[in-house]
Design a protein around this ligand. Structure first.
Ligand SMILES: [Zn+2]
Ligand SMILES: [Zn+2]
Length: 345
């Protein structure tokens, strides 16, 4: 319902933009966001209006450096060649594993995390943590919720890190969806400590919560919604089992939800059902067709960047392009060039 109303008004806006196409093309480029396909890890590339580059997460460790090459391809498409801020949502191999390969290919200035790995003493977590410390060296900084990255014309705010969450009274909204709902069990591992951020450009808002867990999502949504409404929402934890809480999905009222999933990682039937059945969620775009789900659970093919198992996958991206004034934005499928226009709220 919501998205239909917004899309109708979009058609009018797009017509108006086309009339002014020359001046639009000459204007400063707006915000760009690429969801790079790293087959179920995560790598979200952001280019600010003043062309600073932020990447959150680097995909998997692989001998062929597949994920670093895919990130570099997206950067080449955006015509940028350095990363100003490399963020790590948390210290799991699908997020931090690609650091070495990327660091060997692309200059990286500052590396930001949620604090020390809480899995640094586990068999799986220790080598990841030690390798991270070695590679990051003196470029490493840790942030707390409420911290901002210093960009002009754009607000970049960390909303969660190390299980702490932002509390900004000006964004709080009542959330009637909380009635009768209790918090899921806390996740005290790295996912539960994941870093998350919000970007605001004028009226436009983008939210990325990394692999934040259901208990953190519940705490952001209840008893009051701490985040306000957003235009574009990268669902947490690749949209894996139990990853999406309806009390948060409904409260955010996202015009678009992006699922950064792989063919068999994330994008599970239960999570896709939550976003499909939450009336306030508009279009769903997916990095991948989820191979274990039926067609009814997957989104439409034009809104899906990759359709194959990862062995045949070309690693197409999804992209959001936001107008410099933040009032309108476009989603594009890198596989086909198909795009849809949206108005910010
Ligand atoms: Zn993950
Ligand atoms: Zn994880």
């Amino acid at each position: 319902m919501f998205q239909h109303l917004r899309r109708l008004t979009h058609t009018l806006t797009v017509a108006a933009l086309c009339l002014g196409a020359t001046s639009y093309a000459q204007a400063q480029p707006g915000l760009e966001i690429y969801w790079v396909d790293v087959e179920g890890g995560a790598a979200t590339l952001v280019i600010t209006p003043s062309r600073e580059v932020i990447l959150m997460d680097t995909g998997w460790p692989r001998d062929d450096a597949r994920d670093a090459e895919r990130i570099r391809n997206a950067m080449a498409h955006a015509a940028v060649d350095e990363i100003d801020y490399l963020l790590f949502s948390h210290f799991h191999t699908d997020h931090v594993g690609g650091l070495g390969a990327l660091d060997a290919r692309v200059p990286i200035r500052t590396i930001i995390d949620h604090g020390d790995s809480v899995e640094r003493d586990t068999e799986r977590g220790r080598p990841l943590w030690e390798e991270y410390l070695r590679l990051a060296g003196d470029r490493r900084r840790s942030i707390v919720p409420g911290d901002k990255l210093p960009f002009s014309g754009l607000e970049f705010t960390f909303v969660g890190a190390h299980r702490e969450l932002i509390d900004s009274p000006e964004r709080r909204l009542p959330n009637p969806r909380c009635a009768g709902i209790s918090s899921p069990e806390p996740d005290l591992g790295e996912n539960g400590h994941s870093l998350g951020y919000m970007i605001s450009l004028g009226a436009f808002q983008f939210l990325n919560l990394g692999d934040m867990t259901p208990d953190r999502e519940h705490a952001l949504a209840c008893p009051e919604n701490r985040l306000g409404v957003v235009d574009l929402w990268q669902v947490a934890h690749h949209g894996g089992y139990g990853a999406i809480r309806p009390e948060l999905a409904g409260a955010l009222e996202p015009t678009v939800a992006v699922v950064n999933n792989g063919p068999r990682k994330g994008g599970t039937p239960d999570s896709l059902a939550v976003i499909q059945q939450t009336a306030e969620v508009g279009d769903v775009w997916q990095s991948h067709r989820a191979m274990m789900d039926d067609a009814a659970h997957n989104t439409d093919e034009p809104l899906t960047a990759n359709l194959t198992e990862d062995a045949e996958c070309r690693g197409h991206w999804l992209k959001a392009t936001v107008a410099p004034d933040g009032r309108s934005w476009t989603m594009t499928n890198g596989r086909t060039g198909y795009s849809r226009n949206y108005l910010s709220k």
